[in-house]
Design a binder for this molecule. Structure first.
Ligand code: PLP
Length: 459
C-alpha cells in the first residue's frame, strides 16, 4: 500500500522503469518574478534566439526561454535513461547510527549512471536534440572530467563526434577520466590548448596556466562558433540543463512517499548549480506554490570558490575570455582562477541564474564549507554507507551531517535529503592526499574577490 513501509529496516527505495518521469519540470513557470534577461556582450541588449543559434540547436534554445511548467521528455531520451533510471534513494541508516542522531537521512544516488554522476541526465537530452537537428559534432569543456565523460557517452549513444577541452589541472590529476572519454570515442585536449585562439592567448600570458572552467568554456565556444558542423554543449548553469536534471527530484519525491517520509531539509552541492537544482527544484516548486513553505533548501559550495556566499549578484561573462553572453549571477569575477582544490567540478566563478534568483529571493540558502571538513565527511560516509563519494558530492554530505548533528542537539527528528551526485572512483588521488595529511584548506582572500570583480563589465 502506498505510504506504508512494509519493512522497517528498508534501506533502498526503488521505482521501476515505468516510473521514469515523463516530463521535465521548468521552474521558470513558477517564479513570481522572471530572472533578468541575458544580454549581448557587445550591445548589452537582451539577446534573442538568433544570437544563440550558432551555439545551440533550436529546440534547446526554446527550452532555455520557455515558460511552460512541464516539457515532455522524448521517448528516445527516456529509452537511454532506462539504463540507470530511476536511480535509487537510500536511507543512510548506518550513518544515522554512527552519528547517534534522531534525524532520518536519505540520499539520492546518481553515481549509478554509466559515467558515474548526474551529468548524463542532460548530456543524453542535449545529444538527442542536436542529432535531431542534424548536427554531427559537439564541443564542450570539462572540469573534473565528469561532464566530459557524460557527453562522450551521450554522443556515442546518438552517433555524434565529441571534442572535450579538459581543464589542465584535472587532465593531469585524472588520466582515467580522459581514457574513459576516449573509450566512448571522444577527442580530449588539455585546456588551455593551442587548438583555439582563446587557448593560445592564455598560454602566451602563462604557459603553465593550470586552466579553469572559464578558459575551457572559451575554447569550446570558439570551436563551435567557428565550425558549421559543430554545436556547443554545456553541462551546467543554463536553464535547460537545470531543467533536464529535475528527473532527480521528481523521482526522489515519489521514493520519499514510498518511505512514508517528507523532507524537511534538501541539500545539494553547487558548482554551476545543476545537480542541486535537479534535486531541489521540484521541492522549491512546493515552496513557491505554497504547498510546503517550510522545507529548507541548501546549496553547498567550497570555501575556496564561494560564488553564492561571497560573490556579487551582477552581470558577468560565463567564460574567462568574454565570448559568452552576459548573465546576471552571483560571480567572483570571470577572471577568477580558483586554488587547485580537489572538487574540480565546483571551481566555477559563477552560478546558474535560476539558482541565483532563488537565493536572492530567499527561497534557498547557501553555505560554503572548507575542503578538509568536506573530506572528513566523505570518509565518515564511505566508512558507514560504503559508497566512496565524489569530492563534489561530499560538500552536500558535510552539511547533511552538520544538520543531523544539529537535530541531535535540538532533540528533533528532522528528515534530511541530499544528492549524492556521483561516486569518487576516479578521485582516489584526492583521497590519497587527504589520508596522507597533504590536503590544505583554501579560504578565498577577500582582496582577490574584489580584484576579480573589477573585471565584471559595467551594465
Ligand atoms: C559529481 C559531481 N557533482 C557535482 C558537480 C557540480 O556541478 P553542478 O553544480 O552542475 O551539479 C560536478 C561537476 O563536475 C560533479 O562531477
Amino acid at each position: 500500500m502506498a505510504g506504508v513501509v512494509a519493512d522497517p529496516q528498508q534501506t533502498k527505495f526503488v521505482l521501476d522503469e515505468s516510473r521514469i518521469p515523463r516530463s521535465w519540470y521548468n521552474i521558470a513557470a513558477d517564479l513570481p518574478v522572471a530572472p533578468p534577461p541575458v544580454l549581448h556582450p557587445g550591445t548589452h541588449e537582451p539577446i534573442g534566439p538568433g544570437d544563440l543559434a550558432p551555439l545551440f540547436p533550436m529546440e534547446l534554445i526554446k527550452q532555455e526561454v520557455s515558460q511552460q511548467r512541464w516539457i515532455e521528455i522524448p521517448d528516445e531520451v527516456r529509452d537511454v535513461y532506462r539504463l540507470w533510471r530511476p536511480s535509487p534513494l537510500y536511507r543512510a541508516r548506518r550513518l544515522e547510527k554512527a552519528l547517534g542522531t534522531p534525524a532520518h537521512i536519505y540520499y539520492k544516488y546518481e553515481g549509478v549512471s554509466p559515467a558515474g554522476s548526474h551529468k548524463p541526465n542532460t548530456a543524453v537530452a542535449q545529444a538527442y536534440y542536436n542529432k535531431k537537428e542534424k548536427v554531427t559534432r559537439l564541443s564542450t569543456e570539462t572540469g573534473a572530467g565528469q561532464w566530459g565523460s557524460a557527453l562522450s557517452l551521450a554522443c556515442q549513444m546518438f552517433g555524434l563526434q565529441c571534442k572535450v577541452y579538459m581543464v589542465k589541472v584535472s587532465y593531469q590529476q585524472k588520466p582515467y577520466r580522459r581514457i574513459m572519454m576516449e573509450t566512448w570515442g571522444a577527442q580530449v585536449v588539455a585546456s588551455p590548448s593551442p587548438d583555439t585562439q582563446s587557448g593560445k592567448k592564455v598560454l602566451e600570458q602563462d604557459p603553465n596556466s593550470p586552466g579553469s572552467l572559464g578558459i575551457a568554456i572559451s575554447e569550446a565556444v570558439e570551436d563551435a562558433a567557428t565550425r558549421d558542423d559543430t554545436k556547443y554543449s554545456l553541462g551546467s548553469v543554463l536553464n535547460h540543463v537545470l531543467m533536464h536534471q529535475t528527473v532527480i527530484g521528481q523521482e526522489a519525491k515519489k521514493q520519499l512517499e514510498k518511505a512514508d517520509a517528507a523532507a524537511d531539509i534538501v541539500i545539494g552541492c553547487a558548482g554551476g548549480g545543476s545537480n542541486f537544482a535537479g534535486l531541489s527544484f521540484p521541492f522549491a516548486a512546493d515552496k513557491l506554490t505554497g504547498k510546503n513553505k517550510k522545507v529548507r533548501i541548501i546549496a553547498v559550495e567550497p570555501a575556496a570558490c564561494p560564488s553564492l556566499t561571497r560573490g556579487k549578484y551582477v552581470y558577468d561573462f560565463g567564460d574567462t575570455v568574454g565570448l559568452t553572453p552576459l548573465v546576471k549571477m552571483h560571480t567572483l569575477g570571470h577572471t577568477f582562477i580558483p586554488a587547485p582544490l580537489h572538487a574540480g567540478g565546483l571551481r566555477y566563478h559563477g552560478m546558474a541564474p535560476l539558482v541565483c534568483k532563488l537565493y536572492d529571493e530567499g527561497v534557498i540558502e547557501a553555505q560554503a564549507v572548507p575542503q578538509i571538513a568536506t573530506f572528513e565527511a566523505a570518509l565518515q560516509f564511505a566508512r558507514t554507507e560504503g559508497v566512496i563519494p565524489a569530492p563534489e558530492s561530499a560538500h552536500a554530505i558535510r552539511v547533511a551531517i552538520d544538520e543531523a548533528q544539529r537535530a541531535k542537539r535540538d532533540g528533533k527528528r528532522r528528515t534530511i535529503l541530499f544528492n549524492l551526485s556521483g561516486h569518487g572512483h576516479f578521485d582516489l588521488g584526492a583521497y590519497e592526499a587527504y589520508l596522507g595529511g597533504k590536503l590544505q584548506d583554501y579560504e578565498y582572500p577577500s582582496a582577490k574577490v574584489d580584484e576579480a570583480l573589477k573585471s565584471v563589465p559595467k551594465v
